[in-house]
Design a protein around this ligand. Structure first.
Ligand code: HEM
Length: 263
């Protein structure tokens, strides 16, 4: 096939209504020129990053809307918008896998193009990292403290699967999916440069695991722990086996398989 012909076609004419509305000329020329790419994987590398930035822009913009809906106690709207955030984050994690079709050797050529660039400079990522506390404050003011309630009431003693619970669970899912994106990114690093390597900033890649373990809304995770411990206190942490012939209680560690499995 004639590369030059198809290269020209891929950027489009730029003057049709569809192209004008979507700014396709700018979008499709926002990657390196074809003849400046260092290898055949670099276009994918740039596009995946650019698409992820666009998704993060959408997530951040939607979180601003969610914040306003929460403040106004418009629960249904907030939940629909949260569903958009959740789906976008799932896409984002899934799309990282595209880069696993790039060989580690060819990635090293691309790495030379990045200078000192790092994902930590990502505008979308940095924005989202700043949004969870204000979001929490809006939720607390509208559905928890401001409504004269506590999380323990919403989840346990006054549990009614109500609006406050639904919004809290949507926030928990957002938190969980963002962590899942960060964890998936660490797996991608394992495939491409190896997890024991140094980053372009000279930091050990293992530091990323600390970030991936950080939670946006620790309050929403802590309430489950408190409930489980309180219930455990009430019905006993070590219970009788369902098998009447079994020893009671099972010796410590007996529920852990030799390979570390267990329930
Ligand atoms: C082969 C592909 C990739 C490799 C080898 C890679 C590698 C790395 C490394 C080594 C870091 C740590 C940077 C530092 O310490 O300064 C990092 C951070 C980061 N990367 Fe990537 N990355 C890849 C793809 C992506 C993609 C597609 C995105 C999409 C947005 C992304 C987003 C980020 C973000 C947001 C951070 C900061 C994470 C944090 O601080 O927890 N990376 N990446």
């Amino acid at each position: 096939m004639d590369r030059a012909y198809f290269y020209a076609m891929m950027s489009g004419r730029g003057d049709l209504d569809y192209e004008a509305y979507l700014n396709t000329r700018q979008v499709l020329t926002a990657q390196k020129d074809f003849d400046a790419l260092c290898n055949r994987d670099e276009l994918q590398f740039q596009i995946v990053h650019q698409v992820e930035e666009l998704w993060m822009k959408l997530v951040a913009y939607t979180l601003l809307d969610i914040d306003e809906r929460i403040a106004a106690r418009e629960t249904n709207r907030a939940l629909t918008l949260f569903a958009r955030v959740h789906r976008t984050l799932r896409l984002m994690a899934d799309q990282l896998g595209l880069l696993e079709t790039m060989s580690p050797k060819e990635y090293q050529q691309i790495r030379l193009q990045l200078g000192n660039g790092s994902g930590q400079e990502s505008p979308g990522f940095r924005t989202i990292l700043k949004m969870h506390r204000p979001l929490w404050q809006s939720f607390d003011a509208a559905y928890v403290t401001g409504a004269g309630r506590t999380l323990d009431q919403i989840y346990d003693t006054g549990y009614g699967h109500d609006d406050a619970y639904m919004v809290a669970e949507a926030m928990t899912e957002f938190d969980e999916l963002f962590q899942a994106f960060r964890t998936r990114h660490i797996q991608l690093i394992g495939r491409s440069i190896g997890i024991g390597a140094q980053s372009l900033k000279g930091r050990p890649v293992t530091l990323l695991a600390e970030g991936a373990a950080r939670r946006f809304f620790p309050e929403l995770w802590a309430v489950r722990e408190r409930m489980t411990d309180a219930w455990g206190g009430a019905y006993g942490r070590v219970r009788d086996s369902l098998d009447p012939g079994a020893r009671h209680p099972a010796p410590a560690g007996a529920d852990i398989d030799a390979d570390g499995g267990g329930n």
